[in-house]
Design a protein around this ligand. Structure first.
Ligand code: SF4
Length: 361
């Protein structure tokens, strides 16, 4: 686009944003800590899901000092249900560094800020542009879709090797005098108007500039690489009961679902009976000998890169002592204490049924 076309496009987009943007709690402030909280939550998660989490979070941790001082179980419990737990673990590490090394002041220097755990290009550009009015363009899924249609970019949006190209195009279009509003305007346009399956082109403020619209190719963009089929893992899990207490174990801190608590169990080996797998996994992970009393339920759960099918058993301890191999901690809890601990989504699928079962024994 020519310079004059870019200026016209920016003006149209910013005018539209001013009149049409949603009122969201993190838009009521330009405090860098609140903006950072919202942007960490908004990565991979929809706005309507984020709103109550954001409100609870800032109520519980009104300053970065409060957040940095919290323990891991508390922060994971606050995050429970949002998924992608590495986001909150890294954010927590970063908050501790900001408090210890920067006296709680979030650095407005990109070089310093981007060194913090979990701060990549997106978070750095979002926080620096919205809170500090610095001219950095954000690129997320919404932005990529708008750019692909606006400029007829045929590079697949879900191929990381094209990230630089999308960033370059986003940089060219950035309204440098109002970078925070501009960035939010493109993302808002992607969320409300230039939607993935049903773009509302007739009410789009940048329709005049949009190449996909003028060439009748909106349905062909953005291009995407075909996803590989998602594998399914078969898992057996046991709720071990001893003296009216239930055994839960804590996953090690890194990796998927790191730091969360769960009922012990693991993958069913090829040719193995589900019940055998449950007893074996509990023995290997905890050192306990158990017998299965009954199957509680079976649940299915989908993560981004795989699905699980989980058989859940009620087990009784028959011997052995706790020797952890894999988990980093354990607790024997009463049924009423389940709510205190952060569990993965797959465990939440059977916890209501477990509570019902426990009422009747
Ligand atoms: Fe998206 Fe349609 Fe607007 Fe183009 S005209 S940016 S395709 S909503």
């Amino acid at each position: 686009m020519k310079k004059s076309e870019i200026e016209f496009y920016q003006k149209q987009l910013l005018n539209w944003y001013q009149k049409n943007h949603r009122t969201l709690p993190w838009r009521e402030t330009s405090h860098p800590y609140y903006i950072w909280v919202s942007e960490v939550m908004l990565q991979q998660t929809q706005v309507k899901t984020v709103i109550p989490y954001f409100e609870r979070f800032i109520q519980k941790f009104p300053t970065i000092f409060d957040f940095a001082a919290a323990d891991e179980d508390t922060i994971l419990k606050m995050w429970e249900g949002l998924g992608y737990y590495s986001r909150i673990r890294n954010f927590h590490k970063a908050a501790k560094i900001i408090v210890a090394d920067y006296n709680g002041e979030i650095p407005d220097d990109r070089g310093m800020f981007i060194q913090q755990p979990g701060v990549g290009d997106y978070i750095a550009s979002a926080v620096l542009s919205i809170a500090f009015h610095q001219p950095y363009a954000v690129v997320d899924g919404n932005v990529k879709r708008v750019l692909a249609r606006l400029l007829l970019l045929s590079e697949p949006v879900n191929d990381a090797k094209n990230n630089k190209l999308f960033q370059k195009q986003a940089d060219k279009l950035l309204a440098a005098e109002q970078p925070g509003s501009y960035n939010q305007a493109v993302m808002e346009l992607g969320a409300l108007v230039c939607k993935p399956a049903t773009p509302d082109c007739l009410n789009c403020p940048i329709q005049n500039a949009c190449k996909a619209f003028s060439r009748g190719k909106v349905g062909d963009f953005p291009k995407r690489l075909q996803k590989k089929p998602v594998p399914t893992k078969h898992i057996a899990v046991g709720v071990v009961i001893d003296n009216n207490k239930l055994l839960i174990t804590k996953r090690k801190s890194g990796g998927l679902l790191g730091g969360l608590w769960e009922f012990p169990g693991g993958k069913i080996n090829k040719g193995e009976m589900t019940e055998q797998a449950c007893v074996r996994e509990i023995k290997e992970e905890t050192g306990l000998n158990v017998v299965i009393e009954k199957q509680l339920t079976a649940v299915k759960h989908a993560y981004t890169h795989f699905k699980i099918e989980m058989a859940v058993f009620i087990c009784r301890k028959t011997g052995g002592g706790i020797t952890l191999d894999g988990p980093v901690d354990h607790r024997w809890i009463s049924p009423g204490e389940i709510e205190k601990y952060p569990f993965p989504g797959s465990n939440h699928q059977f916890i209501p049924r477990l509570k019902e079962y426990l009422k009747n024994i």
